[in-house]
Write a protein that binds this ligand. Structure first.
Ligand code: DAH
Length: 351
């Protein structure tokens, strides 16, 4: 049969095979069968060379047209099959319930902190903040706790290298020391009392939640870093009664309305008189105790007011500080403080 006459039937069978290909593998097979280097259509093209000069133009033209048609059919079928593969195999049922996203939760310590802050906000306290890397002056000296004070031993901490402050010259020169103060990780949030009072005039009504550091070994009730909330109230004619009323209000909010508190005399160098606060509720009884110690507090020492430039003849105030972990442990009945820091979701999920 003349070459020209073979083109049309071969093209028809190629088109049929391409169009009928059920998947991309079948389509590739059809392409190889006809258009591959050993394919039937390719073979036809190879025969062109053997034709006479007269036959060549018509046959060449017919072959090229047919080839273009086959390539177009191949591309069409390929995109049809790709679309088919991308579509869902089964029809979607839009009435099925969706996949609910699992919501994360706040860490129990964050939850307790937020509750404490919320209670204090109700009675007009604002949240203040201060640096965790603190200087010795704000952490101790300004709080009436000079370097030789025994209270420094109970709050030993991590000191940061500060070469300039360490030089004998700086040590002998108080002015140089204020320029290059000895830095440490703050042992309590009480340092922020000083920072706030240095910057603003009374009245002051703040609470300070924040992380603190001590040179303590970790055990069930201690950790080298933990969190505190500090409170400070300065105005005219502030009394211990105001302090007690405020603490009672907040603890009833936090621990339930039947919560009772009591003050025991204590010593802090930055308050006079000073107290420790115990509280009693169904939670303490669950832990086998009527009273549990929960915070330290007192009336701001006149020397602290002097240090920040407040006139102690005019201004009075109280301050307190307590540990957030301790409150969270009592509230949730947790017996090991370290659980808060392990970030085990099996523990955290419970709150
Ligand atoms: N800073 C004390 C501590 O870390 C707690 C404290 C006691 C804070 C008495 C106060 C206060 O503001 O008046 O143990």
């Amino acid at each position: 049969m003349a070459l020209l006459d073979q083109i049309e039937p071969l093209k028809q069978s190629a088109l049929a095979e391409l169009r009928d290909a059920a998947d991309s593998a079948a389509l590739e097979q059809a392409r190889v069968n006809y258009l591959g280097s050993h394919g039937k259509f390719t073979a036809l093209m190879k025969q062109l060379g053997g034709l006479t000069k007269e036959e060549k133009p018509a046959a060449g033209k017919a072959i090229n047209t047919a080839k273009a048609e086959l390539e177009a059919a191949l591309a069409d079928r390929r995109s049809e099959l790709e679309l088919k593969a991308a579509l869902p195999k089964e029809p979607a049922d839009f009435t099925l319930p969706g996949h609910r996203r699992i919501l994360g939760k706040l860490h129990p310590l964050t939850q307790v902190t937020e509750d404490i802050v919320r209670s204090f906000r109700k009675i007009g306290f604002a949240v203040a903040d201060g640096p965790e890397v603190e200087d010795e002056y704000h952490c101790f000296d300004a709080l009436n706790t000079p370097a030789d004070h025994p209270a420094r031993d109970t709050q030993d901490t991590f000191y940061l290298l500060n070469d300039e402050a360490e030089t004998p010259k700086a040590k002998g020169d108080p002015q140089l020391l204020t320029l290059n103060p000895q830095l440490l990780l703050r042992t309590h949030t009480s340092s922020v009392q000083v920072r706030v009072m240095e910057k603003q005039q009374p009245p002051v009504r703040i609470i300070v939640p924040g992380r603190v550091y001590r040179r303590d070994n970790a055990d069930t009730t201690h950790n080298p870093t933990f969190q505190q909330v500090e409170g400070l109230y300065v105005d005219r004619d502030v009394t211990v009664g105001d302090l007690k009323g405020t603490v009672e209000f907040v603890f009833k909010e936090l621990m339930g309305s039947e919560t009772r508190i009591r003050f025991r005399p204590h010593y802090f160098s930055y308050t006079e008189p000073s107290f420790e606060i115990d509280f009693s509720s169904s939670l303490t009884r669950k832990m086998g105790k009527e009273w549990l110690e929960i915070a330290g507090c007192g009336m701001v020492h006149p020397q602290v007011f002097e240090n920040v430039g407040y006139d102690p003849e005019i201004w009075t105030g109280w301050a307190f500080g307590f540990g957030i972990e301790r409150i969270a442990m009592i509230r949730y009945g947790i017996n090991d403080i370290r659980l808060f820091y392990e970030n085990d979701v099996r523990f955290l999920r419970q709150f």
